[in-house]
Design a protein. Structure first.
Lengths: 253, 383
């Protein structure tokens, strides 16, 4: 089966987030870039499906030229082709334009399945996969944590957790799924994989221009720092009476 | 002018997250430029709410029928039909419910208290051009349905909003969460209809009376606030393709409180040390009537399943108490638990971010403190 996986270059966020002076981006001078955990799982899931059923995995990313770094990481994990929809450095492309650009790539191949992360970890728009599916006229399910192909390959079941219960969707192929971390445990790239990824070509295509009719970010800010100092109730098991008093005070007991 | 709010039902009736979304939507409706503020219509699929929504400023309740179970695209299509200006207006005086218990309301288009139900299918609350916004809680379903609605209507959608207010030229100025709330985005949203999901951990549910008592800015337009909502029954018209993707529950929940809605969550992180190390935490959670949540390292070590993960890529929790044991507090984890009302941390390292962030901290080894706490709670419960 032919699978397209959509990934996004996002800053690696570790300790504290700092913003650039114009407050329009995260300051990445001291950090690197990665893709969202959900997307790492999407790549892994695609590679596993292809290992089992044959076919190939193509990865696509919309972003600056540097995003080919993330595409090469995906190639190292087992994807065999990569497409970069290149946008200007520092430009943010909204979810409507992103979905439109991705749909052109999806429609240009004969894909059975398009996988995305449930949401990008930076903007968290929760909609690119669904808009993409509507543009393709394909069914879509989101938040998926298990995928099982039907024996005839004509459909699949996709399951997710909803309020502690498992709900399952049956979708005809081709379809779009957005997946969540937990669907699998992504592998580490192998050495041959990394060597192959270095040499593999990345197809570069001009990405969309910023469009009207989208949400327009004016600035970013950090949430107000949480109040006061923590009250230390004590050390070790000696703190248990104080803990009980607090639990009573806040109404838990 | 009206604001529509998708209301989700759970075992307890109207989901708490939907009450938060209604509170947000009411604020939006109150800001509308009409004499008594805009109308706020709660939209439900499946059945009428058992809870009284009038205190939340709901003026209209729209019960959608004709879709079996949860089919996200079909729900969105039904919402889209409410926004369609081609749909005839429904007189708002159509079905007053005053004095009629909600559970006893016959909804199938029969005369109610002598008043014929008019326009019972394809009804819109306000008629042409009336809808200014559709709001939902930023749950898996809320985000999904509104994204479908955005795709169907072509309108932009903003997820995880914290505040919204009218801006110049018919746009909306909003603040929304990025990075699961670690960062806030100020943005402008165009579009004739704003599609907004509400960050579930950033807005609290408030009835109008309670908000009036704490805020002097409350508009005087609440005079008619407690009038019973007008009930509309709408038979959803959807397309065959909208029903292709439909949820079937294949495994029911554990019956216990779920992580997202639990009142008490006992968290365990790297400091727990092993899968077996969770036994005392589970006992503690049971004694406190709560559930166990874990940090990302715990699920990547395979000590506990990913469904128990609290954080940006797991579950966002909003308990009364989060008791974090042996969790250092990576910011992706903080993003998932910052909606907790009270935060207590137990950790060997007093400088761990979770310890400095907590309301209360106990310094020491959780393997000593948690069993001691369990024992004390057992003693307290008596023999």
């Amino acid at each position: 089966m032919e699978i397209l996986v959509c990934v996004k270059r996002v800053p690696t966020v570790g300790g504290a987030i700092t913003l650039t002076a114009d407050r329009r981006a995260i300051d990445t001078k001291m950090s690197g870039f990665t893709i969202s955990p959900h997307e790492e799982c999407a790549v892994e899931e695609a590679v596993r499906l292809v290992e089992r059923f044959g076919g190939s995995v193509t990865v696509v990313s919309l972003g600056p030229g540097e995003a080919q770094e993330q595409l090469r990481s995906c190639l190292a994990l087992g994807a065999s082709a990569a497409v970069l929809l290149e946008t200007a450095a520092g430009a943010e492309t909204g979810p409507i334009a992103t979905a439109a650009a991705l749909s052109a790539v999806a429609a240009s191949g004969s894909f059975d399945l398009v996988l995305l992360g449930n949401e990008a970890s930076d903007t968290g728009d929760y909609q690119v996969g669904i808009r993409l599916a509507h543009l393709l006229g394909w069914p879509v399910a989101t938040g998926i944590k298990a995928i099982a192909m039907a024996d005839d390959g004509a459909s699949l079941t996709a399951a997710r957790t909803y309020r502690g219960a498992t709900e399952t969707f049956t979708l005809p192929v081709p379809c779009v799924l957005t997946v969540k971390e937990g669907i699998n445990l992504p592998r580490y790239p192998s050495l041959p994989g990394r060597l192959r990824a270095k040499r593999a070509p990345v197809t570069r295509v001009d990405g969309p221009q910023p469009a009207a009719g989208e949400i327009r970010m004016t600035s970013l800010r950090l949430p107000e720092a949480p109040k006061k100092q923590a009250t230390v109730l004590g050390h070790g098991a000696d703190a248990v009476p104080a803990l009980l008093a607090v639990l009573t005070e806040i109404g838990v007991l | 002018m009206a604001v529509y709010c998708l209301v989700e039902l759970d075992d307890a009736g109207v989901a708490d997250v939907s009450l938060r979304a209604l509170t947000f939507a009411r604020g939006l409706a109150d800001g509308l430029a009409s004499p008594a503020g805009g109308r706020l219509a709660a939209v439900l699929f499946g059945g009428p709410p058992e809870a009284d929504l009038a205190p939340y400023g709901v003026t209209d309740i729209i019960v959608m029928s004709g879709i079996d179970g949860y089919a996200p695209q079909a729900w969105a299509r039904a919402l889209a039909s409410l926004l369609d200006p081609a749909v005839p207006d429904v007189p708002l005086s159509g079905v007053p419910l005053s004095g009629v218990p909600l559970s006893g309301v016959p909804l199938s288009g029969v005369p109610l208290s002598g008043v014929p139900v008019r326009g019972v299918t394809g009804a819109s609350v306000t008629g042409a051009g009336g809808a200014v916004a559709v709001v939902a809680a930023a749950t898996d379903r809320g985000n999904e349905v509104l994204a479908h609605l955005g795709a169907i209507t072509g309108a932009p959608m903003a997820a995880n909003c914290v505040t919204v207010s009218p801006a110049a030229d018919g746009a909306w100025a909003l603040v929304r969460q990025r990075w699961a709330g670690l960062l806030l985005e100020e943005a402008l949203l165009d579009g004739s209809v704003a599609l907004l999901t509400v960050a579930t951990d950033a807005v609290s549910a408030e009835t109008q009376d309670s908000s009036a008592s704490v805020s002097a800015e409350t508009p005087a337009a609440f005079a008619s606030a407690s009038a019973a909502p007008v009930m509309h029954r709408v038979s959803a018209s959807v397309r065959e393709a909208d029903l292709v993707v439909r949820a079937v529950e294949t495994e029911s929940g554990t019956g216990g409180a779920s992580l997202a809605t639990a009142r008490v969550v006992v968290g365990g992180g790297r400091g727990v040390g092993s899968a077996a190390g969770f036994a005392p935490l589970e006992e503690l959670a049971a004694l406190l009537g709560g559930v166990v949540g874990v940090s990302r390292v715990v699920t990547s070590e395979g000590w506990r399943p990913h469904s128990m993960q609290v954080g940006q890529t797991g579950t966002k929790i909003t308990p009364d108490l989060y008791l974090a044991c042996g969790i250092s507090g990576a910011i992706q984890h903080i993003a998932g638990c910052s909606g907790a009302k009270h935060l207590i941390a137990i950790n060997k390292d007093p400088s761990a971010p979770m310890m400095t962030r907590a309301d209360y901290a106990v310094i020491g080894d959780l393997h000593e403190i948690v069993p001691a706490l369990v024992e004390a709670l057992r003693d307290r419960a008596g023999p």
